[in-house]
Design a protein around this ligand. Structure first.
Ligand SMILES: [Zn+2]
Length: 540
């Protein structure tokens, strides 16, 4: 058995002291402390003068262009790539696209850098808040991750004596926040991709599209964009703080030529999301007697005009213009967001407002509070499910008896005969065991609570008349009215595809920020956060 002393007696490697001494001997010349200082000072001075030269050169730039030599280098590079492409007849257009896109990247990067520099130079060195002249002006460089790669920019900055802050006015003009690591385009793409898929997938997708997003800390960047979106949303919703503001917003929605009378449909629902705040503290908090809820409600709503709902050639319902509200921040937040969205979509002009949902009490309370004149309608399919639940309980799932029992009741619901359904269920009660008795009683209460919201006949008759080609004009309009809340059901499912993946946990701050981005996109207000996104549609 070897002992520790035996090991130290015969070291396999020279000790640290021995290695240091060796290194000292190997060093060519040893500098005196004074010489070392001089060398260091010189290095600092060299860097400073190089930087001053770079700043002066950047500050003098007045035109964004490529030098003749750069253009020649680019053409030469492209030629070389084309030669390679034609030397490989087995390669297809895909390789050509890749090579040509690469060859053009560096000239574009140079042009973008110079154009941004020219723009920065033209910005007056004034305080963006009070417009006062900034004092103690200096130059500082910053490297931004852009669509074409890293751009190094020099910006003049200064101190505002009035506001007591240092400012970089060019950063505002270029759309770069104080801490943005990326250009507005890269900010936007980060936000867009991460609101659709997990960041680690997004990096790979972006890479295939020719964007290296790994460098801008994709996840953090998307989160930052989400916070920006939340800020925008609270301003948007905050436009309704006073009665006068509400009137203004409502009349703004009415601008343009007068429209035909229309119905505004609002559908509301909720789903749950798994969150884990307080990472790593689960045991501790549980031990302290805290109950940790992992599942939380995400409240959602959608709002659209009935005349914006049509059908595809394949008979699938499509809604061409639609508003969304989605939040993890509670019912109050949903209520405010939905109301704002409804106003923007014509709440003030609608002839009829129709709120459709399942039977959840909070939804009807919200509807009563925000849309007191709206007609409330229980989702037909939820009502039917409640009857099926009893049928399965009494006769077993999938049995012909269950089918036979439920069929006339389903028809009664469709015929607006809820009273008859309630009577049939009540009649059933004395013959039931206690457990079944309770369940049936619960369902009776469900139908009693919702009875006045169960009016389907008119619409279903109109649809039938349309199929038979006997519909009046009024019926043709009525037939378009939904009897179920399918629009919000599918919206919830779509959000869940992103936010409820296997093994996914969120923090409240994290999911709200991303959800806000997703909703901004769906609401067609993306350009409010990314003005360049609007121009891309009109350019070319
Ligand atoms: Zn100021």
């Amino acid at each position: 058995m070897t002992t520790t002393s035996a090991l130290t007696d015969t070291p396999a490697q020279p000790s640290r002291q021995v290695r240091r001494a060796g290194a000292r001997r190997a060093a060519p010349t040893r500098l005196t402390p004074e010489a070392q200082n001089r060398r260091l000072t010189q290095a600092i001075l060299d860097t400073a003068s190089a930087q001053a030269a770079a700043a002066a050169q950047a500050a003098a730039l007045a035109k964004a262009q490529l030098a003749e030599a750069e253009v020649q280098a680019w053409l030469k590079d492209m030629d070389a790539r084309l030669t390679v492409i034609f030397a490989h007849p087995e390669e297809n257009l895909g390789q050509m696209e890749e090579q040509l896109a690469r060859s053009v990247k560096e000239p574009l990067r140079l042009l973008a850098q110079r154009a941004a520099q020219v723009k920065a130079n033209a910005v007056a060195c004034r305080c963006p808040e009070c417009r006062g002249q900034l004092t103690q002006q200096r130059w500082l460089s910053r490297t931004i991750h852009s669509r074409f790669g890293p751009l190094t920019l020099w910006r003049r900055y200064g101190f505002c004596p009035h506001c007591g802050e240092w400012h970089f006015p060019a950063d505002y003009a270029l759309g770069l926040g104080r801490k943005a690591p990326a250009s507005p385009y890269v900010q936007e793409i980060s936000a867009l991709l991460v609101s659709q898929m997990p960041a680690e997938q997004a990096v790979l997708v972006a890479e295939r599209l020719g964007l290296d997003l790994s460098r801008c800390g994709l996840h953090q960047e998307a989160h930052r964009q989400g916070l920006k979106a939340e800020q925008w949303r609270s301003q948007f919703v905050g436009q309704l703080d006073t009665w006068e503001q509400i009137q203004r917003v409502a009349s703004a929605a009415a601008e343009g030529p007068p429209t035909q009378p229309f119905t505004l449909v609002i559908e509301i629902d909720a789903w749950d999301i798994r969150e884990r705040d307080n990472w790593g503290k689960t045991k501790e908090l549980r031990a302290a007697g805290q109950k940790l809820d992992r599942w939380h409600w995400v409240y959602m709503a959608t709002v659209f005009r009935l005349d914006h709902r049509g059908q595809t050639a394949g008979n699938r319902a499509v809604i061409t213009q639609r508003g969304y509200a989605a939040t993890r921040l509670g019912l109050e937040a949903l209520s405010a967001q939905l109301y704002r969205e409804a106003l923007a979509r014509g709440l003030g002009q609608a002839q009829l407002v129709l709120v459709i949902a399942d039977g959840a009490l909070w939804i009807w309370n919200l509807a009563k509070d925000r849309f007191p004149d709206a007609r409330q309608q229980l989702d037909l399919y939820h009502a039917e499910e409640h009857l099926w639940a009893i049928a399965h309980d009494l006769y077993g799932k999938g049995t012909p008896e269950a089918q036979a029992w439920v069929a006339p009741l389903l028809q009664q619901i469709r015929d607006d005969q809820t009273v008859a359904v309630i009577a049939a269920l009540t009649e059933l009660k004395p013959r039931l065991l206690e457990a079944q008795h309770k369940k049936v009683q619960t369902q009776i209460e469900y139908f009693e609570h919702n009875a006045q919201r169960m009016k389907y006949k008119e619409v279903l008759d109109a649809r039938k008349a349309c199929e038979e080609g006997k519909a009046t004009e009024e019926q043709k309009q009525l037939a378009k009215r939904p009897v179920g809340s399918g629009a919000i059901d599918s919206t919830c499912r779509q959000y869940q595809c992103r936010f409820k993946r296997t093994g996914q946990f969120w923090t409240t701050a994290g999911d709200e920020a991303l959800m806000c981005l997703e909703t901004l996109w769906r609401n067609g207000r993306w350009q409010e956060l990314y003005p360049h996104a609007k121009s891309s549609a009109t350019l070319n």
